[in-house]
Ligand binder design. Sequence first.
Ligand SMILES: [Fe+2]
Ligand SMILES: [Fe+2]
Length: 434
Amino acid sequence: MLAAALSMHLELEVSEVGEFGVDAGGAAVPEDRSNLCVRAFERLHPADDLRFEIRSEIPVASGLGSSAAAIVAGLMAAEHLYELALDHEALLAHAVELEGHPDNVAAALHGGFVICSSNGDAPRATRFDPPEGVEAVIVVPDDQVSTEQARRAIPEEIPLADAVANVAAASLLVLGVQRSDLTLIERGLTDRVARQSPALVRACWCGPSGRTPARSSTRFASAPRAGRRSTGRRSRRSGLTFRSCRVGCVETVGFTRMADGTAEDYALLERLEAQYIASLPDRLLAAVRALEHSFGGYQVTRFEHSLQSATRAHRDGRSDEYVVAALLHDIGDELAPYTHGEMVAAILRPYVEPRICWIVQHHGAFQQHFYGRQTGHDPDARERYRGHEWFDDCAEFCERYDQNCFDPEYDSLPIEAFEPMVRRVFAEPRYLDG
Ligand SMILES: [Fe+2]
Ligand SMILES: [Fe+2]
C-alpha cells in the first residue's frame, strides 16, 4: 500500500499541569480521554496530570489522515516527553493497532512517501522521497466520509483484470515518483478499483502549481518534528509539529511582462516566495539524500561521506552552523563539479557565520593537499590562502571532517538526527546583510 505525507499541520502540545485536560481549539473531536491524541499517548504513558492542546489544519473525516496524524502525535509526544527510546518500527506497531491499517500512520510518522507491507507479520514501512516539481491537489467534498466508511466502499472481490491493472499502475506510480517523471506518475494514477466508488477518490497530483489555478494545492511533507521545552519536571512540555498544508487556491499574477506587474501582483509573488523559502530545509535534506546516488568508487556513498562529516563535527561539539555546513558541504557536486564549494557557500551565506562559509567555499583547494601528489594536482593549492585569517580553520575542516570521512566502519548518525539542526539554521537568514 502506498501513502504520502502532505505538508499539513497538526500541532500537539502536552504540558504537565497536575490535572487532565484537552483543548482541541473548537475542532469537532472529543475533549476527553477518548480523544485520539490522548488514547495514543496513553498506550505509552498515563495522561492523568497532563493537558493536551491540539491545533489541526487537517479537515476531519475527509480522507486526509486526520486520525493518523492525531495518533502519531500522541505516540510521539509520550515517547519524546518520557524518553522511551522507541524506534519508528515500535511506534508504527502501536499506531497501526489504533488506526487499524498502516498506510496513513506510516506516512505521518516517516514523512515523504511510504510503501506499507505486513504479510501477516508486524507492519513495515519503507520510505522514499517525494517527487520534485509535483504538488498534491486536494479535493475536499462537502460530505464527510470516515476512512472506515471509505474502506467499506471497496468491493470484497476484485476482477483479476482490475487487480492486475492496479498492480501495474502502482508500480508505474512508484517508479514515476522515484524519477520525478510526470508521465509515469500520470499513468500510475489510473485506479480501476477506486473509480467505481467516488468516496475513494479524494486527491490527485499535478505538475507546477501555476498550471492549476482553480484547485487547492499543497506540498508533500517530510517527517514530523518534535521539540521539548524543559525547565524542570513540573513544567516540562512536549510540542509536536506536523509539516503543514496550505489548502487554498493557487493564484497567479496578471502580467506576462514584469514591467506590467501591479503592486498586488508583486505582493502575491512575495507571499508565495516566502512560503517556498520556508521549505528550503526540505530541499536541502533531499539534496543530501540524493548524494546516495552520486558517483561511486569510494567505499562509502557520497551521502554516507556527508553523514560522517557532520557526525564527526557534531561529536566534537561543533556549533549547529558548523555541523550543518559539514552535512551540506558536498551537495554542490551534483550541479557544480568544478566549483561545488562556491555553490554550497552561496547557499549557506545568509544562514551561517562568514568563517564557516569561507571554509566550505575553499575546502576543494585545501582538500587537494591530501591527494594532489597521487593525482598530479597541486598539493599546495591551499598555499595561495596562507596568511588568511581562516586558513587554519579550513585546513582543520579538511583534516578532521572531510579527507577522513570515507570509512565504511564509522558509526554515522542517521540524517534524521541532523534534521532539527538544519531547520534551526535555515529558519532565519541571520547573515543576509553581512
Ligand atoms: Fe568537497
Ligand atoms: Fe567532502
